[in-house]
Design a protein around this ligand. Structure first.
Ligand code: 5AD
Ligand code: SF4
Length: 441
């Protein structure tokens, strides 16, 4: 028998992703665009003909990490000058052509609305650096299904961009205006995912509940997605407190597939700081909203984002943030030191809180949240939850892991016949601030 060994002549792309879930999903979109155009994927930078970094600009630290990584990769290019090196995403948009001066070995700089044009840009790269940072208020990539990673959970982008312009945030400048994906495109993608074994979808958007396409609002979209056959769980992130509608709460309260968990960024517990941040709500209104959500949705879990050390944040403002964290009792909090970002409204105001003081405040919010998370998780001892199995637990030794409806990680011993995608009932035996040790019932 004759065997022929085929060599794959396609150019190979290595893609590395920084930042939020939206970027991870955008990288899957880029992978789909490039695969369609005849590129193969490389598992390591050493094996690649093209290296692309999909980047984040939300804080200065994120940009510094990427610049460090870039100069490492530049050494590879020094050895192999035909290697193409590109930077995608928010940092590309934020720094634009200036990047090519900072990092002259870059062949390509592409913002979040330029991904459709990547194949032609790569075709031309190598002669002149290709820069495409045009924002396009109509681009939703609605017709492109991102490459799926094979897990039981998938993230589906339903809206892009942001119109809120919070004073600290660079997102509206780097991701452009708010725009929603047509519901037919969302539903097509969700159906494709369900057919490939996905059981849980997370609808994604910078202010996801601002979704609107024609007369389909976010609540209507949630209900349509929840009705797709094969999909057992629906989640979404991140909603903006000002865009929470009665219809959204009603959908969460009445549609059993929509899971009882919300990430509801508050940023600060001081009305003075919230006003300076231009968040569009007060502490009182936020707390009212939390109470309304908890009345309507039993067992609701809440997480949040908090920034410490924003311009003008005095000690008593910071203490109000601690008080708000205690009053709400979040299940989890993502906490950040304020980072001054060029282009934003707060940039010209500068920093008023020293780096040391920011670090002290950050350590304090983290410690407080650890104790609240632990207390809330320990209150669940003995309770039962439905867990969608995702796969082996990270610590291994025969344990399985999955999420409760409240998006808490449950870990339990495997049993014969169980597989990812199955839902089991577990009882909570023990808890840390970050996970629940459970047994099957
Ligand atoms: N500095 C610190 N944190 C920020 N975030 C957004 N912009 C900044 C900034 N300039 C945080 C917010 C947001 C989360 C995604 O990142 O808390 O909700
Ligand atoms: Fe940034 Fe505010 Fe928009 Fe969130 S809502 S992405 S914090 S501008």
């Amino acid at each position: 028998m004759e065997t022929t060994i085929e060599t794959d002549e396609r150019p190979r792309v290595y893609l590395e992703t920084y930042g939020c879930q939206m970027n991870i999903t955008d990288s899957q979109l880029v992978a789909a665009v490039l695969s369609r155009a005849g590129f193969a994927s490389a598992a390591r930078p050493e094996d690649a003909d093209v290296i692309l970094l999909n980047t984040c600009a939300i804080r200065e630290h994120a940009e510094e990490r990427v610049l460090g990584r870039l100069s490492d990769l530049a050494r590879l290019k020094h050895r192999r000058p035909e290697l193409r090196l590109g930077l995608l995403g928010c940092m590309a948009q934020h720094n634009r052509a200036a990047l090519v001066e900072k990092a002259p070995y870059l062949d390509l700089v592409a913002g979040p609305d330029a991904y459709r044009r990547l194949p032609e840009m790569l075709g031309r790269a190598g002669f002149d650096a290709q820069v495409d940072v045009r924002l396009d208020r109509a681009e939703t990539y609605g017709d492109i299904s991102p490459a799926h990673d094979g897990g039981v959970r998938a993230y589906v982008t339903v809206m892009r961009g942001c119109d809120k312009f919070c004073a600290f945030c660079v997102v509206p400048y780097v991701r452009g205006r708010e725009r929603s994906v047509a519901p037919e495109d969302v539903l097509r993608e969700v159906r494709e995912l369900a057919a490939r074994g996905v059981r849980e979808v997370v609808l994604l958007g910078q202010t996801v509940n601002a979704y609107r396409f024609g007369d389909v609002d976010f609540a209507a979209l949630l209900r349509r997605v929840a009705a797709v056959e094969g999909i057992e769980r629906v989640r979404f992130t991140s909603p903006h407190p000002s865009d929470v509608s009665d219809a959204m709460i009603e959908a969460m309260a009445t549609e059993p597939r929509i899971q009882p968990y919300l990430h509801l960024p508050v940023q600060s517990g001081s009305n003075r700081v919230l006003a300076a941040m231009e968040r569009g709500y007060t502490v009182e209104r936020y707390l009212e909203l939390v109470a309304r959500l908890r009345r309507a949705i039993p067992g609701l879990a809440l997480s949040t984002d908090i920034i410490v050390g924003f311009h003008g944040e005095a000690e008593r403002d910071f203490e109000e943030t601690l008080a708000l964290m205690r009053a709400v009792g979040y299940d989890q909090a993502f906490t950040f030191k304020y980072s001054l970002r060029e282009h934003t409204r707060a940039f010209k105001l500068g920093d008023t809180v020293s780096e040391e003081e920011k670090s002290r405040r950050l350590a304090e919010v983290i410690a407080l949240q650890e104790s609240i998370s632990l207390e809330r998780n320990r209150a669940l001892l003995g309770e039962r939850f439905a867990v969608l199995i995702e796969g082996p637990a990270r610590r291994g030794n025969g344990m399985l892991a999955g999420k409760t409806p409240q998006f808490k990680t449950a870990i339990f011993a495997s049993a014969r016949g169980l597989a990812p995608g199955d839902t089991v009932t577990v009882r909570v035996d023990d808890a840390t601030a970050h996970s629940l040790a459970c047994s099957l019932v």
